[in-house]
Design a protein around this ligand. Structure first.
Ligand code: XMP
Length: 319
C-alpha cells in the first residue's frame, strides 16, 4: 500500500526527531494499536525502546502468552512483563462506577510505567497506540458540546508528577488504517486481524463490582464464544465480539436440580471505526448452540442473552 509506506517513512522520521537519543517505554495492551505503535517505534529507534506489558488481571484467556510470544520470539523486541494484577484488582475492589473504574485503571497504568521507566535508568518518553477515534470520543461525542462519553484509559495527557512526554504515532489514524500499517510492518495476520480490546480490559465487561471469581467466569465464557465464532468462520466479518458478565444471578434447572447462577451477555458488532456500530445478525441456530456450550462448559453460568443494540444509542462496550 503506497500511502501507508509513505506514512510509515514519515512517522519514523517524526519519531526520530521527537525522541533523539532518549529512551522510550511503550505500553502493550494485547490489542492491535499498541502492537503496531511498538513495532513502528522499534523500527525508528531500535533498542532505545522498551516495551512493557502490564498484566492487570483483566486480560482475556491466554492473552499474556500471545503477546509475550509475539514480541519476544517473533520480533525480539525487549519486553518487560509486569504482573500487577494484585495491585489493580486490589484498588478496583468495591469500585462499581464505570468512570471511576476507568480512572483508577488509567492511574495505575501510569504508576506501573513510571516505575518501569525508573528501572531502565529513566525513560523520557511514554509511547501509546492512541487512535483518532479515541481522541475524539474521550473529548466529545459527534462534535457537540464537551460531554465525556467514556474516558479512554490512555487519553487526556499525563499527570504533571510524571516527567514523561507522550509519543503517539497513530494519533491521526483510524483502525482500518492501523491494520494496513501493521501488515506493512510485517505483523502476523492473526495479530493484525484481532478484534479491538480496550485497555481497561475485562473491568468494563463486568458491570458492577469486579472480583477474581467473576473475571474467571467471564474469561471462560468469552473464550467459548470466540471459539464458536472462529469455528463458524465469522471472526473476520465481525468488528468486535465479546462476552459480558452481568451482575445478576437467575434461577435455572439442570438435571433434576435448581441452579442459581450468573447471566452472560454476548455482544458482536460490525463497524468501520468503532464510532458507530450495528449489532451482528447471527443465525438463531448459532446463538442457541453457543448458549448451550457456554452453560455446559462454564461453571457459574446458567443463562445467556444476546445484545441487539446498535451504536448509537448503545456503546460497544457496556461501560
Ligand atoms: P465504545 O464502548 O465507546 O467503544 O463504543 C468504541 C471502541 O473503543 C474501545 N474502547 C477503548 N479502547 N481504551 C481503549 O484502548 C479504552 O478506555 C476504551 N474504551 C472503549 C472499544 O473496545 C471499542 O472498540
Amino acid at each position: 500500500d503506497w500511502t501507508m509506506r509513505a506514512f510509515r517513512d514519515e512517522a519514523i522520521e517524526k519519531i526520530r526527531a521527537q525522541v533523539g537519543k532518549g529512551k522510550v517505554i511503550c505500553g502493550l495492551s494485547g490489542g492491535v494499536d499498541s502492537a503496531v505503535a511498538a513495532v513502528l517505534i522499534h523500527e525508528a529507534i531500535g533498542d532505545q525502546l522498551t516495551c512493557v506489558f502490564v498484566d492487570h488481571g483483566l486480560l482475556r484467556l491466554d492473552e499474556a502468552k500471545t503477546v509475550v510470544d509475539l514480541f519476544r520470539h517473533h520480533y525480539n523486541i525487549p519486553l518487560v512483563h509486569v504482573d500487577a494484577s494484585k495491585q489493580f484488582l486490589g484498588e478496583l475492589a468495591g469500585v462499581t462506577d464505570p468512570e471511576q473504574k476507568r480512572k483508577t485503571i488509567g492511574r495505575l497504568f501510569i504508576d506501573v510505567f513510571d516505575a518501569e521507566a525508573r528501572k531502565i535508568g529513566g525513560a523520557e518518553f511514554l509511547a501509546q497506540g492512541t487512535l483518532y477515534p479515541d481522541v475524539i470520543e474521550s473529548v466529545s461525542f459527534t462534535g457537540g458540546p464537551s460531554v465525556t462519553i467514556k474516558s479512554h484509559h490512555n487519553v487526556g495527557g499525563l499527570p504533571a508528577r510524571m516527567n514523561m512526554k507522550l509519543v503517539e504515532p497513530l494519533r491521526e489514524l483510524f483502525k482500518d488504517e492501523v491494520r494496513v500499517l501493521g501488515r506493512e510492518l510485517g505483523l502476523p495476520e492473526i495479530f493484525v486481524g484481532r478484534h479491538p480490546f480496550p485497555g481497561p480490559g475485562l473491568a468494563i465487561r463486568c458491570p458492577g463490582d469486579i472480583t477474581k471469581e467473576k473475571l474467571d467466569i467471564l474469561r471462560n465464557a468469552d473464550a467459548v464464544y470466540i471459539d464458536q465464532i472462529r469455528k463458524h468462520g465469522l471472526y473476520d466479518a465481525i468488528w468486535q465480539a465479546f462476552a459480558v458478565l452481568l451482575p445478576v444471578k437467575t434461577v435455572g434447572v439442570m438435571g433434576d436440580g435448581r441452579t442459581y447462577d450468573y447471566v452472560v451477555g454476548l455482544r458482536a458488532v460490525t463497524s468501520t471505526d468503532g464510532m458507530t456500530a450495528d449489532f451482528y445478525p447471527f443465525e438463531m441456530k448459532f446463538l442457541g448452540e453457543t448458549a448451550t456450550r457456554i452453560i455446559n462448559e462454564v461453571k457459574g453460568v446458567n443463562r445467556v442473552v444476546y445484545d441487539v443494540t446498535s451504536k448509537p444509542p448503545g456503546t460497544i462496550e457496556w461501560e
